[in-house]
Design a protein around this ligand. Structure first.
Ligand SMILES: C[S@@+](CC[C@H](N)C(=O)[O-])C[C@H]1O[C@@H](n2cnc3c(N)ncnc32)[C@H](O)[C@@H]1O
Length: 208
């Protein structure tokens, strides 16, 4: 995985100790922008479920934190327990390319920093569109919440990973952005791109 070199402390440590302040900011932003705050939320490629947990802390949503790594699922369960939201955040071991859920079952899908690792964007986006409920939204992309947080985190990341800037640039290369937008468009649902201080997001809307 990019940014997870052998001398790096590993993503769970980074999420807990370096990225930690970004998740409540991103959760707040997506909930306000989407205006979806009830029903089911899924955090795709959740890592240790930092974003899903931040959403559970500010809404009454039932959150499923999805990752294809068993270790991440264990860590996300432990983190949900520490945050007192284990009844609201349930880990699910699954691959975003083949989701074990029925059609139209999810009101909000969030996915931060995972899409860059998905092997087949059209298949993954089709799965996301399939499980999205009418009036539901999917926010797929990445970001650091605000410009200031991004600067602070870049400084800390550079100290442990000299390739940090190059990797970040590669993740948001024009080709990658185009591929994400194309996969979003091919779902046949309303799709737009949001690129601002919160980050880069492909937003899919299943209009009723
Ligand atoms: C960089 S981490 C981001 C974690 C988390 N979203 C965050 O922002 O803290 C990427 C995560 O995506 C997961 N992932 C990558 N490809 C996946 C796939 N096809 N299906 C499910 N999870 C995937 C990885 O296991 C990893 O936990």
């Amino acid at each position: 995985m990019n940014g997870n070199k052998s001398n790096s402390p590993g993503f769970p440590y980074i999420a807990e100790h370096i990225f930690a302040p970004i998740y409540p900011v991103i959760a707040d932003y997506i909930i306000k922008e989407s205006r979806v705050k009830e029903g089911v939320c899924m955090d795709m490629g959740c890592g240790i479920a930092s974003l899903g947990i931040a959403i559970a802390e500010i809404t009454d949503m039932q959150v499923y934190s999805i990752d294809f790594s068993g270790n991440m699922c264990v860590l996300s369960k432990e983190k949900a327990l520490r945050h007192g939201v284990s009844d609201k955040v349930v880990p699910v071991l699954a691959d975003v390319h083949l989701l074990p859920f029925g059609d139209n079952c999810t009101n909000l899908i969030v996915s931060r920093g995972s899409v860059f690792f998905w092997k087949d964007l059209p298949i993954a986006f089709r799965e996301i569109a399939r499980i999205l409920a009418p009036n539901g939204q999917a926010w797929i992309g990445g970001g650091f919440g605000t410009k200031e947080l991004k600067e602070q985190i870049s400084e800390k990341m550079l100290a442990i990973d000299p390739e940090w800037h190059n990797n970040a640039k590669e993740r948001l290369s024009p080709e990658n952005i185009q591929a994400m937008q194309k996969a979003g468009g091919e779902t046949g649902l309303a799709c737009r791109t949001v690129q601002d201080d919160s980050g880069f997001w492909v937003v899919i809307n299943k209009e009723e």
